[in-house]
Design a protein around this ligand. Structure first.
Ligand code: ZN
Length: 309
């Protein structure tokens, strides 16, 4: 019996121009820019990482700024909302702050008793801020405009828009996630990672979406395992269950396997180790362009072709 998979590790999406993405996530949402690197499979494209101060698992929202890609629209078989956790009592600040930044709040009804607000990022990707218990002690980034007590601590979770949730629900249960409840067309599954981040996945029956993949679309969501050993066990288990996980990919800050879940969303299982301080100290995360060793020989050309942030 494999150990449980507790919590999300990161979420990766596609953005437009890197600078606009950087300004939104560091300036308006106040996240820390935790790693400036490249898409290892497409080295002349940035891979931008944002998170809490310590870049802990469960806090990394990452983007491939694919300039030439057209605007995406929400589609069935995708993650369609990225939800962030803030300490209890912070939501009034966030409402005021987002409005002051010119961001429209499109929903503040919440679900399952949560207090939350829904809005869009620069690319139209749906973001949500949710008051969340047990996250206040996580060290936040502070950008001067957002007080540390109110700052985003990491993920609350995500929403998957699916035609049929049953087999995705079974898979989450295999991971060890528990059914929390059902509200209208949304069924929530939760898990209990030690840091209380990335704990909720909402499976939303949404058959009518006729969008397409592009800027503002989530590329994949990654779940956490502690180390390579746990990842290997899960890889074997997924093979037995009939999934087709990729071989292990070295992403420098974690190692990854990917597979398509039954509802169509690309899932990844990523290791907590070695983490984002592998190649630079905590105090200066995100300041220098970091390349994996196999791309170092092309550094000068890569630096020339990457856009300014
Ligand atoms: Zn990933």
């Amino acid at each position: 019996m494999s150990e449980k998979i507790e919590g999300l590790h990161h979420i990766t999406a596609v953005s437009g121009p890197a600078k606009e993405n950087y300004d939104f996530y560091t300036g308006k949402l106040g996240l820390r820019f935790t790693k400036k690197t490249i898409n290892f499979d497409d080295p002349f494209t940035h891979h931008l990482y944002y998170g809490n101060y310590e870049a802990t698992p469960g806090s990394a929202i990452t983007f491939f700024p694919w300039q030439g890609v057209e605007q995406g629209l929400p589609n069935t078989g995708e993650a369609t909302v990225v939800s962030y956790a803030v300490p209890t009592g912070s939501l009034d600040f966030w409402k005021e702050h987002l409005v002051a930044e010119g961001i429209e709040i499109i929903n503040e009804e919440g679900r399952f008793g949560d207090k939350s607000i829904l809005f869009k990022d620069v690319e139209g990707m749906k973001n949500e801020i949710v008051e969340s218990e047990g996250v206040e002690d996580i060290r936040p980034q502070s950008n001067g405009k957002i007080a540390p007590k109110d700052a985003i601590r990491g993920f609350y979770g995500t929403t998957l828009s699916l035609a049929d949730i049953s087999r995705t629900a079974e898979l989450l249960q295999e991971f060890g996630w528990q059914k929390h409840g059902k509200e209208n067309n949304i069924t929530r599954y939760t898990s209990k990672p030690e840091n209380n981040l990335g704990t909720a996945i909402d499976l939303k029956i949404e058959t009518g979406l006729q969008g397409w993949f592009g800027r503002g679309s989530v590329h994949h969501i990654a779940f956490r395992v502690p180390d390579d050993n746990a990842q290997q066990k899960w890889r074997q288990k997924l093979l037995k269950m009939g999934f087709m996980p990729t071989p292990v990919q070295d992403r420098q800050y974690f190692r990854s396997i990917y597979f398509r879940e039954p509802g169509g969303v690309l899932f990844e299982i990523a290791t907590d180790t070695p983490g984002f301080t592998k190649d630079e100290p905590l105090e200066s995360l995100g300041q220098e362009l970091k390349l994996p060793p196999w791309h170092e020989q092309h550094r000068s050309e890569i630096e020339k072709r990457l856009p300014e942030l």
